[in-house]
Every structure is written in C-alpha cells, then in structure tokens.
Write a protein that binds this ligand. Structure first.
Ligand code: BES
Ligand code: ZN
Length: 876
C-alpha cells in the first residue's frame, strides 16, 4: 500500500492481507526498566495468495528471537528494518513466536505501551500496536487475543486486558500474573493492557435479554470520589443503545480506566475502554456543567463503538468515518435524548460551521473517506468525525427513522465480526429503502463545503411561490471540479401570522424535505395567497452554506416565529452577523459603530421572555464567535473582527444592563442538581454575567465577586472567575485566580481549567503571560492536557494576542511545535493547525505564518505527522 518515494498510502492500492492470524497469545513481563513481550501467533497463509513472505509491522522494538513451530529461525530467514520484520519462506500454517523488548518508561509519544504516572497503559489506535510487537498492524486482520500480564504485585495489584479474566496467581519475587481472553475476534488497534495500583468502583447492568454485566471503573486512589457520574452515564448509554438500536452488550464485564497522559479523549478498546482523566472523572464541586455533558457524551461514544467499530470494524483506515462518523451521530442523538435536542444541534452546527468548514476550506481539506494519507493520525479530523456524522444524519433524514433503523440492523447483522467499508454501510441503507444512493455517495468522496444559493419569486395573481436552488462547491486540493451532491433541504413557508403553508409540491405537508440533486433546480408551490417567508435548511438538514437574501425584518420574524427551534437560533445568528459585519466595516474605516435598535430590542425581548427554554436563551444571547467571523470572511481582519465583537458586547451590556441583571437575579438557586433544567439555570445566569463583564461597572463587580465567594459548584465558581478575567480588572482577576489556585491546586482537572481560563482571555493573557504559565510548577510540557490548556487554548482562542502583528506569537507556537515534535509528534502536528490557516489573513500575517511553517519544515528529523501538515500547507 505504500508509495515508497513519497511515503503516501493510497486507498486505490488496497490489497487484502496474504496471511491470516488464527489466534494470538501475548505475554507481557513488566519491569521498571522495560518490558518483555512474547507474541505467539497461529499464522495461516491466505489461499488466494502466492507470496510466502510475511511482512510484519514494528517500530522501535528490540528483537530478541523469532521461531517457527518451536525452532529458532536463523537470521538469514528474516529481515529487520526501521518499520518492520519480514520473514521469507513461511509455512502455510504455523506457530510463529516473536520475543521483543520495549521501553514503556521512555515512551513520550503515548502510542503503544507507556507509563502514565505510576501505571502502565496502552494506546494502539491507529498504528500503536506495532510499537508493542511485530504484527500485521491493520484493521482487517482480526483474531482472538489471549493476554498474560506479569508484574510486581505491590506496585501493580491490578492487571487488566480485554475480555474475561481466566486465570491469575502469585509468582516468586513478589510478582503476580493474570491471564485474559477475549472471545470476540478483533483487530490489534482494539487491544489494551493496564497495570497499576487503582481504586475500582463497581456496578452492574442487566441487559435486555437478562444477562448481568459487571461494570468497573478504575482510577488512581486520589480520584476514588470521581467515578459516580461516568458509571451512571454508562448505564444510560447501555440502555439507550438497546432501546434505539437494539444493540446489547456482549461480554460479562465492561471496564473503564482513567489515565492522566492521553493524546485523545478516550479509546474504545474491547471491554476495556481507556479514558483521558479529563473525560471521565467528575464530582459536583470540581466539575463544570460543560464537562459533565462532555463526559456523558464521550462515555456514550466509546460504549457505542462496541457495535459501531468493534463488532463491525473498518477494513482500512480510509474507512475511519464508518466507525467514527456513525458513532458521533449515535452519541449526538443520545445526548439530544438525554438533554435538549435543539440545543445539542445548535452546539454541533456551531462547531461544524466554525471549525469543520475552516478545515474543508484549508490546505488539509479531504473527503469524509480520504483517498490518500501520509500519516493516518492526521486524519482524525472534524471532517471524518463531524462531517461524517452529518452524512449519516442525512441518510437518516432521507430514509426516515424506521428505514434507517432497518438499514442499521442489516449492516450490523451482515457484517458482524467483519471489517467493512463505508460502501457496505450505504449498501445496507440502499437495500432496505430501495433508494438509489449512488449519487449520495459523493458526500464520501468529494471534499469542500457545498454552497446553496436560494432565491424566490412570488406571483400574487397565480398564487404561486417558486424557490430556485443552485448548488456549487469550491475547488479543494486535488479536486478542481465537483459533481452535484444530493442535498436534503427541509423547508417550510411561514405566513404573516407565523403559521405554515401547506406545500402543494409535497402532498400538502407543512414541513418537507426537498432533495436537491441537480446543479440548479426549482420548485413551484401552489395555492399561496400572500408572500411567505421561507424557513430553509431546517434543523440544518445538510452540511452546506445556504444563502438566501433575507431582510432584517424577515430574520426578526423567523427568530420570533419559526416553529423549527434550530432555525430560530439560526435567524438570530444571521441577524447578529449582519450587525457585526456592518460594525467591522465601520471599524476598518475608523468610524463609530453601533448595533441597530431593532437588534438590541430583539435581544431585550429574548432576555425578558420567561417562557423560553433557558439553555436556548443562553444560546440566543451569544454573538457568533470571532472564529466563525474569520471563517466567513474572504480576507479576515482579525483586529477589526475582535474590536467589532467587543464593541457589540459592550453595547449589549450597557443597553441591556437592567434586563441582564434582572435575568441574572431571577435565575439564582439550583446550586447542586445535575438535571438538564438545573444546568440550564446555571448556564443562563453565567451567560448574563459573562455579557455584563463587557461593561464592568460597580454592579457587575459586586455580583461577580459575590458569585465567586458563594459558589457551591464549579460552573458558578469558574463562571465568576472567567467573567472577572474578561472584565479587564487585572487586580481583581489576579486575586480570584490566586484564591482559586490555593483552593484547587491539588486537583489536576481543576488546574486544567485554571490554565485555560487565563490562556483564552485576550484582555488578560498576552504572550509573556503564556510563557510565564509554562514556567509554572503545575505545568507539564509532556502532558497533552496541560499543553492544550495553555498553548492550544492560546493559539485557538486568544486571537488578539496570538495574531499580534509583530509575529511573536507565531514564532512562539512554532518553537513549541519544533520542541514537541521529537517527543509527541501527534500532538505537535495538531498544535500546528492555526499556522496552516494562513490564507485567511492579510498579506503581512500570511508572510509571518508562512515563514514559521518554513522554519518547521526545515527541522531535522521532522516527524511524518508534522511533515504532512507543513508540506500540504506550504503548497501554493
Ligand atoms: N477511537 C477514538 C480515539 C482515538 C482517536 C484513538 C485517534 C487514537 C487515535 C475514539 O473513539 C474517539 O473518537 N474519541 C474522541 C471523542 C469522541 C467523543 C468524538 C476523542 O478522543 O476526541
Ligand atoms: Zn470514536
């Protein structure tokens, strides 16, 4: 599959493996200076294959021995390179044993077997298993794993791996062992091992067929009080997957382990999920509501992979969205059912529009199913995940819930125990629905965000209303020309009284899904007595940029009257964008700018409307982010955008002071509960406080201090802290930060918050402050969470300081990336994202950003991860 010269892997070169692994027995001997891994495989040649050479993947392994059917191999029978071990003249069926020595203690990449604080743990997806032993490290090689772990008993009382514990016992020298067997065939990326001294919290779940499953969460002893919420979320997830997808858990035990050093959020290893501490540990006084919701979603996500990913896995890494896009769709629906459907949709669409659209317009743009990659770790992207989930959602919309469920059942049934492709998934959906989905599949192969322009014509005499649609998609790397997509557009027509017209073209339905399949298409709707206002792309029914020339008046009407909650929010966003863009232009010309009174009035009535869902009010009060304004601009003027946004916030805080304070006061109480309603109350009072911080008068200062002092939960405490930081009152901010630090310095999860609330604040943290945070004793350059909460947050959220025109922050970021690349290339490559977006900015910034990319490009021993991102970014 490799193009040797360019080191690129292509989907078109896929070939099935020439050997199968019938079973594998792994034996780990863990020591303080390394680990010995004995890998005994039953290997069988594929009948169709000619070649008798077995090429195994392996990196940074010290080979101790190779034997076949018990006989040591002479070194002329095999070849060891930097990337693997190949053995010639393999028998058609044999026992192959390979012994290697690895050094988990020196592993800073956090891929393969490594140590996180005092425990051993693994991360094998995507290609980490090859850092443990020589193997066919590809997802289409499935086998039964038996794992024996041996270690010092006092240091590592807990020895865990996938599946069921089948044996354990004592050994000489204070050591002990455990043997685990996983009866379900799996690819090696789902392998996991943990050895540590851990607290175990137990529970049980009875499945729909009446089997009792043991649930166990393992955490460091200091975190023993932080397991309850994740356990609860796990039980809710298991129940939901039974009810909504008919999916039952299959092993007798399901374990979760929390580790502090982890590149990602969490990993779905069969029966033994491994989580980043920040995505699983929670308790009321230290965890924000945002964190609770993230934990619930991610516990569900990893659990749902047991079917969408593990029982049915991916044929190759180009199919990644088969498991990730589908599972993100599943976890989003779960969260929608547990909390508010509309608010969840609003959050997901905001993320898609700011970050995924930006990715799709940038140098790393790729299809949901990429055609090639240099380093697969670079393709765990918003496109594969979020756009991939949107593609699954569109199938759900086009088929309807019932047929979609039938398709999902067929897919799981047909491919259980197999490695499948996105084509297989679509084929199942096509089969149950009888719908031809061949054109739909372009969503998997064409990159870029489609645009849809819509215009309308009303004929009063004929009482017809015509909608004209035109789709296009801008060129992206390697894809100049695009074919039309299938774009489901849910729509309705609103009357003057807010009611909906019956749609003649859709059997008289009031809200219908129009399938746009051509480049241009029109629909004529009859029996329309007065000119309606169209409500388009309801619920964001497709991941596109839809443009219709709404007047301010029409948007105000939609915002107040649309029966589609998502579109009410979207109308508010469009209104705010009109206002902000006007202010941006005035600011650019050095003028004085104001929000219109119509807009301020609309926001006023939202704050004062007590019948609205409180979480929705919070969303409606928040202006579009600066990142979104940058994404929408042709050439973004960061300074003007940030200034305009600050001006608008200040005016809202000033003009609506009375209403905001009243709303803040109305929404007190609900200090402790974790229900959606209680979280919404806390959310709304903190949204009010955050907005009031833009005009930090005495009243704000006193409310904010009081909230900080009296806070009975982390949402309120950190809400007050960040409002104070945002207010620009440095002394007060320093004071609260110091008090917060003293109170929580022992808690790693809270310290991440402490780092990130400062790093994100443009009115507080300039580059010098960021550098001082990196000198802080609680900062740790090798810990991904700490790095993200300072450097990542600074580069992605503190836009005014990151984009300083002297280029100092760009150079700083490049310094960190260069330093990190030798230690943890995955994270180094992710940190580089802000530099790759150089095309968005003015020529001066473009030059500065490019020069840092060039500097990184010149580093010696540049990792594949970083090489791919930098090379692609500097093309053109
Ligand atoms: N399989 C991934 C974790 C992963 C990704 C491991 C890349 C190795 C390389 C896991 O299922 C996942 O998608 N996790 C997400 C969170 C999820 C809620 C979208 C993550 O870790 O960010
Ligand atoms: Zn996932």
């Amino acid at each position: 599959m490799k193009d040797a010269a360019a080191n690129i892997t292509y989907l078109k070169d896929y070939q099935k493996p020439n050997f199968l692994v019938e079973s594998i027995s792994l034996s780990f001997k863990l020591f303080e200076d390394g680990a010995e891994v004995t890998n005994l495989m039953h290997v069988v040649k594929d009948l169709d294959s000619e070649s008798t050479e077995l090429a195994l993947d392996g990196e940074e392994l010290e080979l101790r021995s190779v034997s076949i059917d018990g006989a040591l191999l002479n070194s002329d029978r095999y070849l060891v390179t930097e990337s693997g071990l190949s053995i010639s003249d393999m028998p058609a069926d044999c026992q192959l044993e390979i012994v290697t020595w690895i050094k988990p203690q020196e592993n800073k990449r956090l891929e393969g077997l490594y140590k996180s604080s005092t425990m051993f743990c693994t991360q094998c997806e995507a290609e980490g298993f090859r850092r443990i032993t020589y193997y066919l490290d590809r997802p289409d090689v499935l086998t039964i794993f038996t794992t024996r772990i041996e270690a010092d008993k006092s240091l590592y009382p807990n020895l865990l791996s996938n599946g069921n514990l089948i044996e354990s016992g004592e050994l000489d020298g204070g050591r002990h062992f455990a043997v685990w067997n996983d009866p379900f065939p799996k690819p090696c990326y789902l392998f996991a091992l943990v050895a540590g001294n851990l607290h175990c919290q137990k529970d049980t779940f009875t499945t729909m067929s009446g089997r009792e499953v043991r649930l166990e969460i393992f955490v460091e002893h200091k975190n023993s009080t932080k397991c309850d919420y994740a356990l609860d979320a796990l039980k809710r997830s298991m129940k939901w997957d039974e009810e909504v997808y008919g999916r039952e858990y299959d092993l007798d035990i399901f374990m979760i382990v929390a580790v502090d050093d982890f590149n990602m959020g969490a990993m779905e290893n069969k029966g033994l999920n491994i989580f980043n501490s920040s995505c699983v540990l929670a308790k009321p006084d230290t965890t924000t509501d945002a964190s609770y919701q993230r934990i619930e979603a991610i516990v569900a996500h990893e659990y749902f992979h047991n079917w969408s990913g593990n029982r049915v896995t991916c044929r190759d890494w180009f199919q990644l969205s088969l498991k990730e896009g589908f599972t993100v769709f599943r976890d989003a629906e779960f969260s929608a059912d547990m909390n508010s459907r509309v608010v969840k949709r609003v959050e997901d669409v905001a993320l898609l529009r700011t970050a995924q659209f930006a990715e799709d317009a940038g140098p790393m743009s790729h299809p949901v199913r990429p055609a090639s990659y240099m380093e697969i770790s670079n393709f765990y992207t918003l496109t594969v995940y979020e756009k991939g989930a949107e593609v699954v959602r569109m199938l759900h919309t086009l088929l309807g819930a019932e047929l979609f469920r039938k398709g999902s059942d067929l897919y799981f049934d047909r491919h259980d125990g197999q490695a499948a492709t996105t084509d297989d998934f679509v084929a199942a959906m096509q089969e149950v629905s009888g719908k031809d989905l061949s054109q739909f599949k372009r969503w998997y192969t064409q990159s870029g965000t489609p645009r849809v322009n819509v215009s309308s014509e009303f004929d009063a005499q004929a009482q017809t209303y015509t909608l004209h649609f035109e789709q296009s998609c801008p060129p992206t790397p390697q894809q100049e020309v695009k074919e039309p997509f299938v774009i489901p557009i849910e729509l309705a027509l609103l009357n003057g009284d807010g009611g909906e017209q019956a749609l003649s073209a859709f059997g008289g339905q009031k809200s219908a899904v129009f399938e746009l399949t051509e480049k241009t298409q029109s629909i004529v709707l009859e029996g329309i007595p007065e000119e309606p206002i169209p409500s388009l792309l309801r619920g964001f029914s497709a991941p596109v940029k839809l443009n219709y020339n709404y007047t301010q008046h029409q948007l105000l009407f939609l915002m107040a009257n649309d029966s589609d909650g998502f579109n009410r929010w979207d109308a508010a966003q469009s209104l705010a964008l009109l206002e902000l863009n006007a202010i941006v232009s005035t600011v650019k010309n050095g003028g004085n700018a104001q929000l219109s009174s119509a807009y301020v009035g609309a926001i006023r009535s939202i704050i004062s409307n007590e019948s609205l869902d409180k979480a929705m009010v919070s969303k409606l009060l928040q202006l579009p982010s600066a990142a979104y304004l940058i994404e929408l601009a042709e050439e973004a003027d960061v300074d003007a955008i940030c200034t305009a946004r600050n001006l608008a916030r200040k005016q809202l805080a000033f003009d609506l002071q009375k209403e905001l304070v009243a709303c803040y006061q109305r929404n007190q109480g609900c200090e402790k509960g974790l229900s959606y309603a209680e979280m919404s109350v806390r959310g709304l009072r903190n949204t009010c406080l955050a907005l009031l911080s833009a005009n930090a008068n005495d009243e704000f200062m006193s409310l904010c201090r009081k909230q900080f002092v009296n806070a009975q939960n982390m949402t309120d405490q950190v809400g007050a802290l960040s409002a104070m930081i945002a207010s620009g009152n440095k002394q007060d901010a320093d004071d609260l930060l110091a008090r917060f630090y003293d109170q929580w310095k022992e808690d790693a999860q809270v310290m991440e918050l402490w780092f990130s609330v400062q790093s994100s604040a443009s009115s507080y943290a300039d580059l010098t402050h960021i550098q001082s945070l990196m000198e802080h004793p609680d900062f740790d350059f090798l810990n991904p969470n700490k790095l993200r909460s300072v450097v990542g947050v600074f580069a992605n959220q503190n836009l005014e300081n990151f984009h300083k025109l002297d280029g100092s922050a760009y150079a700083f970021l490049a310094d960190q990336i260069i330093k990190l690349d030798d230690l943890n290339p995955q994270i180094a490559s992710r940190l580089a994202t802000p530099l790759t977006r150089w095309k968005k900015y003015n020529p001066a910034r473009q030059a500065l950003l490019r020069s840092q990319l060039t500097r990184i490009q010149g580093k010696s021993n540049l990792s594949k991860d970083l090489r791919e991102v930098v090379d692609k970014s500097l093309v053109s």
